[in-house]
Ligand binder design. Structure first.
Ligand code: ZN
Ligand code: ZN
Length: 654
C-alpha cells in the first residue's frame, strides 16, 4: 500500500480480506461451467435488469458466465454493490473486470474508485488509482473526492501537487476538491492549509474560474474556517450568482467568527434579495440560531423558531440543539427546557446544550442532575459534556461535586481529561480561592498546561487579587501567547486592584511597545426585533448624545442615592473625576441607557457583551435595576447576570 502521512484514521479497510490480489490473472481466464440456459449474447441486458431489480447475487452469477461484459454492465453492477453495501461483491466484480482486460479503462477505474469510496474502502480506491497508467481528469477527481470525503486533506494536496507537476490541467471539480482538502486539514496545520488555500485560489483566478459558483462558495467556506472574514466577504460579494449554499456559507462564516450581527444582517438580506425557491435549510438555521444566541436576540430567535416549525425542520437534531442553546443564551431558559422536553429523540449534542444552558445561568445542581439523567438513560457523556458540567460547577461554586465528576472521567467513563478539562478544574478551584489545590493540579499535568489552563488561573487571580500567582501565570502566558493583549490587560487589572501603579505603567508600556491593541468592549441590545450594537468608542449611533446626557443625569441622581462608581477598573492613575467619566462610557452602560430610553415600560432589557462585565458596570446595573424598577439581563463572555431589585443572580461571583 502507500505511506500514510497524516489523517484522522489509518488507511485500513475494516473488511478487506487478507488475500485479495487485484492483478490480472496469468493465462486464460478461468473456465466457467455454464449452469444457465440464457444464451451468451443476451447476458448483458439480463445482468443489467437483475441489478435494477435489486437482485445482485444472480447478476454476479451471470457476470461470471458472460464472455464480453460491456462497460455499462460493469457500471451498473458497481452501483448495485454500493446500494447493497457489499464490499465482497464489489471485489468479485473488480476481479472479473481485471480478467476481462478492463483494468486499464479510465472510465471503469473512476467507477471503481467511487464505489470503493462509498463502501469505505479507501485503500482499494487508492490501489485502483495507483495502478492505472493513463489517468484522465475524471480519475484524478474521483480519487480527490474519495480522499476528501474521508478527511485525507493532506493526501489530496500532495496528489494535487503531483498533478500540476506532470502538467495535467485541473477542472472546476479539481479546484473544489483541492480547496475542500484545505478545509479538512488538521487544525495543527492551519497555517500550511491557509498557504495552500491561497495558492489554489491564485490558480483558480489564473484559469478564469472567478465566477464559478461551487469554487467560490468553497473559497468562502475555506477563508471562513481560517478566520479571514474580509476575504470571504469580498469573494461572496463579487459572486454574480449565489445559491443557498453560498449564502449559508457566508452566514456561517460570520456566525463562527464572532460577527453575529453581520450574520443576522446577511440572513435578512438573503430573505429579501434571493429568489423565492431559495428557502433557508437546516444548515442555514443552525448558523442563524448561533448568531441570535451570541446577540441575545430573543425576538429574532423566536421568529426563526416559528419558521422551523412551519417548515417541519423540528425533527432535525442539530436544529433543536441550536434552539436550546439560543433560548438559554437569550435568558429564556424555560423555553430551552421546553424544546428539550419536547424532543422524542436526543443526541449527545442536545444533552450537552441543556447542561451548558443551566451552567451559564448559574444553576450548577440542575446541570449535574441533567448530566446524571443522561448517563442513566444510557447516553455516554463525551468530552464536551464534561466541559459543560465542570463549567457549571465552576459558575456555582460546587467544588466537591466538580472534583468528583472530574475523578469519574477516567474511572467511570474512560475519558482521559484534556487540557480543557484541567482548565475547568483550575477555574473551579481558583474561583473558590483554593489556589494550593489549583497549583498542585497544574503540577500533576503530564502535558504542557497551555494557555487555557494558565488563563483560567490568571482569571481567578483577578477575582481574589492574588498578585504573586498572577505574575507567575502571566509570565507563562506571555511566552505562550505573545500577541494576546488580553493577558497583559488582565495582569494590569490585577496590579491596579492592588494599587500598584508603577507595575500598571510597566505592563502598559510593554503592551504599547509590542503594538498590541486591547479588544474594545462591545454590547448588543435588541429593541423591537432590531439589533443595535453599542461600543465605548462608537459615535455612530445617532442617539449617542442623548444616551450620554441621560447617563450623566442618571449617575448624578444615583450618586445622590448612595451609588459610588467603582473606578479601580480604570488602569490609569488619573484623578477620580476623570476615571468616573471613563467608566461611565463603558459599552454596557450605554446599552442599559439605550434600553431604558427605547424599550417599552416594564419590558426586560436584554444585553450581550463580548468581554467580561467589569465591577463598576455590575454594581451600576444592580443599582439601576432597583432605581429604575427594571429587570435587566446581561450575558457576558462567562455567564448570565439577571439584575432585579438591586441584586444580581450571580451573587457577585463571576
Ligand atoms: Zn464596565
Ligand atoms: Zn452578576
Amino acid at each position: 500500500m502507500y505511506p500514510v502521512q497524516t489523517g484522522p484514521q489509518t488507511l485500513q479497510s475494516p473488511v478487506a480480506p487478507t488475500s485479495f490480489p487485484l492483478r490480472r490473472r496469468r493465462g486464460p481466464a478461468a473456465v466457467h461451467h455454464s449452469h444457465s440456459s440464457v444464451s451468451k449474447a443476451d447476458r448483458n441486458p439480463l445482468i443489467q435488469s437483475l441489478c435494477k431489480k435489486g437482485q445482485l447475487k444472480p447478476a454476479i452469477h451471470y457476470l461470471s458466465l458472460e464472455q464480453n461484459p460491456t462497460q455499462h454492465t460493469y457500471e451498473i453492477l458497481l452501483q448495485s454493490c454500493v446500494q447493497h453495501k457489499s464490499l465482497l461483491d464489489a471485489f468479485d466484480v473488480h476481479r472479473k473486470l481485471i480478467d476481462d482486460g478492463f483494468d486499464q479503462d479510465p472510465f471503469l477505474a473512476t467507477k471503481l474508485i467511487n464505489a470503493y469510496s462509498e463502501l469505505d474502502s479507501l485503500q482499494h480506491a487508492r490501489q485502483v488509482f495507483d495502478e492505472l497508467p493513463r489517468r484522465t481528469i475524471y480519475v484524478w477527481n474521483a480519487i480527490f473526492r474519495a480522499l476528501c470525503l474521508s478527511g485525507y486533506g493532506e493526501e489530496v494536496l500532495s496528489l494535487y501537487r503531483r498533478m500540476n507537476r506532470i502538467g495535467m490541467p485541473s477542472d472546476r471539480f479539481t479546484y473544489t476538491y483541492a480547496l475542500k482538502a484545505c478545509v479538512v486539514l488538521d487544525s495543527d496545520s492551519l497555517l500550511r492549509a491557509l498557504g495552500w488555500g491561497k495558492e489554489i485560489h491564485a490558480h483558480v483566478l489564473r484559469h478564469g474560474y472567478e465566477s464559478h459558483i461551487h469554487i467560490m462558495t468553497t473559497l468562502v467556506d475555506m477563508y471562513g474556517k481560517f478566520g479571514y472574514v474580509e476575504s470571504a466577504s469580498r469573494i461572496f460579494s463579487a459572486m454574480p450568482v449565489k445559491n443557498l449554499v453560498s449564502w449559508t456559507a457566508m452566514i456561517a462564516c460570520f456566525a463562527k467568527n464572532s460577527r453575529a450581527f453581520e450574520a443576522l444582517e446577511l440572513f435578512h438580506r438573503m430573505i429579501l434579495e434571493s429568489e423565492e425557491d431559495m428557502l433557508p435549510n437546516s444548515v442555514t438555521m443552525v448558523s442563524v440560531l448561533q448568531a441570535c444566541a451570541a446577540l441575545s436576540a430573543l425576538e429574532q430567535g423566536k421568529l426563526i423558531h416559528g419558521y422551523i416549525l412551519r417548515k417541519g425542520l423540528d425533527s432535525i437534531l442539530p436544529v433543536m440543539s441550536a434552539l436550546i442553546t439560543m433560548y438559554a443564551r437569550c435568558g429564556k431558559l424555560d423555553l430551552g427546557e421546553r424544546v428539550f422536553a419536547q424532543m422524542d429523540k436526543r443526541d449527545i449534542v442536545a444533552w450537552n446544550s441543556m447542561i451548558s444552558g443551566y451552567g451559564i445561568h448559574g444553576l450548577g445542581l440542575k446541570a449535574i442532575a441533567v448530566f446524571q439523567e443522561m448517563v442513566r438513560q444510557g447516553v455516554s457523556p463525551n468530552s464536551i459534556s464534561f466541559i459543560s458540567v465542570l463549567g457549571a460547577c465552576s459558575h456555582s461554586g460546587l467544588v466537591e461535586e466538580g472534583k468528583s465528576l472530574f475523578d469519574s472521567m477516567v474511572k467511570v467513563h474512560g475519558i482521559r481529561p484534556s487540557v480543557e478539562h484541567y482548565a475547568c478544574m483550575v477555574d473551579l478551584l481558583g474561583r473558590a480561592n483554593r489556589f494550593d489545590e489549583a497549583v498542585k493540579l497544574i503540577a500533576d499535568l503530564r502535558d504542557e498546561p497551555g494557555p487555557k489552563v494558565w488563563g483560567s488561573l490568571l482569571g481567578s487571580c483577578r477575582i481574589h487579587c492574588n498578585v504573586e500567582l498572577a505574575e507567575r501565570a502571566s509570565q507563562r502566558l506571555f511566552e505562550l501567547e505573545p500577541k494576546n493583549a488580553g493577558n497583559y490587560v488582565l495582569l494590569a487589572d490585577i496590579y491596579a486592584e492592588a494599587r500598584k501603579w508603577d507595575e500598571v505603567k510597566r505592563v502598559k508600556k510593554v503592551l504599547d511597545a509590542k503594538g498590541l491593541q486591547k479588544v474594545s468592549g462591545c454590547c448588543w441590545i435588541e429593541v423591537g426585533r432590531k439589533i443595535y450594537s453599542l461600543n465605548s468608542v462608537d459615535e455612530l449611533n445617532p442617539q449617542i448624545e442623548q444616551i450620554h446626557a441621560f447617563l450623566v443625569k442618571l449617575s448624578e441622581e444615583m450618586m445622590d442615592m448612595g451609588y459610588m462608581p467603582e473606578t479601580k477598573v480604570v488602569l490609569y492613575d488619573l484623578d477620580v473625576e476623570e476615571k468616573q467619566r471613563i467608566v461611565l462610557g463603558h459599552s454596557e452602560k450605554l446599552a442599559v441607557a439605550f434600553g431604558l430610553i427605547n424599550c417599552s415600560k416594564g419590558e426586560t432589557i436584554r444585553i450581550s457583551k463580548n468581554l467580561r462585565l467589569c465591577e463598576d458596570c455590575h454594581s451600576f446595573t444592580k443599582f439601576i435595576s432597583k432605581f429604575a424598577r427594571r429587570e435587566i439581563l446581561v450575558r457576558d463572555i462567562n455567564r448570565f447576570h439577571h439584575f432585579k431589585d438591586g441584586e444580581c443572580s450571580c451573587r457577585d461571583y463571576w
